[in-house]
Design a binder for this molecule. Structure first.
Ligand SMILES: [Zn+2]
Length: 66
């Protein structure tokens, strides 16, 4: 798969921890959400993408709908 930003094939996978905060004032009362995705990083332009884990995605969906 080539980079979606610059079409480079020069990419690598890296492990990561991402601490997600919910926006706005109501987000101050919610615990942050930790996810541990594999990042696909373009070594030419820095564009990075990762799959959002399904269970955590559903949690964000519920939060947005509330
Ligand atoms: Zn790129």
């Amino acid at each position: 798969m080539s980079c979606k930003s610059c079409a480079s094939e020069n990419q690598t996978e890296l492990g990561a921890e991402i601490n997600i905060h919910f926006p706005g004032r109501k987000g101050l009362d919610k615990p942050a959400l930790m996810i541990f995705p594999k990042l696909l990083v373009c070594l030419d332009c820095g564009f990075t993408q990762f799959p959002f884990p399904e269970a955590e995605l559903r949690a964000v969906e519920r939060d947005v709908a509330a």
